[in-house]
Design a binder for this molecule. Structure first.
Ligand code: SF4
Ligand code: SF4
Length: 408
């Protein structure tokens, strides 16, 4: 396979786009814009923490993501693969490393060059793999923590095992697999066959401006090792544009236009049909519902329930009942919660919430003890209201005070 590097209009545009996506790939988890924290069991979306018990939001987010990928494939074919996918970005960086190793070692004698080139390229691929693994792991654990631990060689057994295994897989991938993965096993590549049709973006071959000189370069620069002249409908084509660039370059020397070009609907342009309308409406629908659901979610939730199994003797002068208060702070700021009661005698005391501070992203449980002088309890069962408050909100719960304790 011939490698274009940074030569050609679309190739340069694509490499710049790849670098932009590489920066996005690195920044998404670092800025908590998107990552799944395995340790905390939380999904971070645009700095909002979505807890696993909020499964509807997680499901909506996944559906929205899948629909976006589907809509993009329907319109643009496999353009994601060549222009943005980390597998292709790192594969092409590995090609850059090969070219660099070749340049660095070109002045060595024949006998030394081969070994030196291998050492340089394999060493740089190993460094690239460690960086890729660290960035990838940032999607499942806080990135700063991953780097701090790597710097201290203190990653622990599990993190270390996952990191070493992933690095080895990435090294093997970048040394021996690269674009073969995209040709053969990638599930997104297989999905394309279902979604792409004649109205999608294709690379088309058109000899109306002059005949093909059959130089074969379009096939040689193709990462997917296909000859696009045979048919625009080839599942492997990632719309990378390498073949377009090389054809333009080779025919420019003969003062002729290239024979390959991007085109929607084989020159008819982008048109709508019922399939596209349905995909657009459902993608927008999932997006709107997801954004509204995230915006409306309550970042602070309370739950209070009696602690059963406690008893109190009728002879005691104070009747006591216990309750378990669970407060979950899913927001990004700490909050302080307080509890008051309505409907119990004025002398009733509420203990257990002296320090009601809940750090951001944490849940705390408090055992609340409510005591009422027995002389003021007129019935063994007294309905009351528990009011749980924070700086932001308050919620009322209808509760029952059992003067003899909360028996099972
Ligand atoms: S056929 Fe052309 S656009 Fe398609 S993958 Fe090969 S080089 Fe890229
Ligand atoms: S690069 Fe252009 S001229 Fe050369 S074989 Fe391909 S289509 Fe023909």
């Amino acid at each position: 396979m011939a490698y274009l590097g940074w030569t050609g209009h679309y190739t340069r545009m694509r490499r710049i786009t790849q670098l932009a996506f590489f920066a996005i790939f690195a920044l998404l988890p670092a800025l908590d814009l998107f990552r799944f924290d395995f340790i905390a069991g939380k999904l971070f979306v645009f700095r909002q923490q979505i807890w696993l018990d909020e499964w509807t939001l997680v499901w909506l987010g996944l559906m929205f993501g899948m629909w976006i990928i589907g809509a993009m494939t329907l319109v643009l074919g496999r353009v994601w693969c060549a222009w943005a996918c980390p597998q292709m970005v790192f594969s092409e960086l590995a090609h850059d490393i090969d070219a660099l190793a070749k340049r660095i070692t070109r002045k060595l004698s024949d006998s030394r060059r081969r070994l030196a080139k291998r050492l340089v390229s394999h060493g740089l691929v190993a460094v690239l793999s460690i960086v890729a693994t660290a960035l990838f792991m940032g999607y499942f654990a806080p990135l700063g923590e991953v780097f701090r631990r790597m710097a201290r060689f203190d990653v622990g057994l599990w993190l270390g095992a996952i990191g070493v295994t992933t690095t080895i897989l990435v090294v093997l991938d970048l040394l021996f697999v690269r674009e073969t993965f995209c040709q053969s096993v990638c599930p997104y590549g297989l999905l394309q066959g279902v979604l792409v049709d004649e109205k999608s973006l294709h690379v088309t071959f058109d000899e109306s401006a002059g005949a093909c000189i059959d130089c074969g370069l379009c096939e040689r620069v193709c990462n997917m090792e296909i000859d696009i002249r045979k048919s625009a409908f080839q599942m492997e084509c990632t719309r990378c544009g390498n073949c377009i660039d090389v054809c333009n370059l080779v025919l420019a020397k003969k003062k002729r236009p290239g024979l390959l070009a991007y085109s929607f609907g084989f020159g008819r342009g982008m048109t709508w049909d019922i399939k596209r309308l349905l995909v657009a409406v459902s993608t927008a629908g999932f997006g709107i519902v997801f954004i509204v659901a995230v915006a409306m979610r309550e970042p602070l939730t309370f739950h209070i329930s009696p602690v059963y199994g406690t008893t109190a003797s009728a002879e005691e002068r104070v009747a006591e009942a216990k309750y378990l208060l669970r407060a979950a702070n899913k927001g990004s700021e700490p909050v302080t919660v307080a509890l008051t009661v309505e409907g119990l005698p004025a002398d009733a005391t509420v203990d257990g919430l002296a320090d009601g501070r809940i750090p951001a992203g944490e849940e705390r449980k408090f055992t609340i003890s409510i005591k009422v002088p027995r002389s003021e309890v007129t019935s063994s069962v007294v309905p009351f209201t528990a009011i749980i408050k924070s700086e932001e909100r308050s919620e009322r719960f209808a509760m029952t005070f059992y003067a003899g304790g909360n028996r099972t």
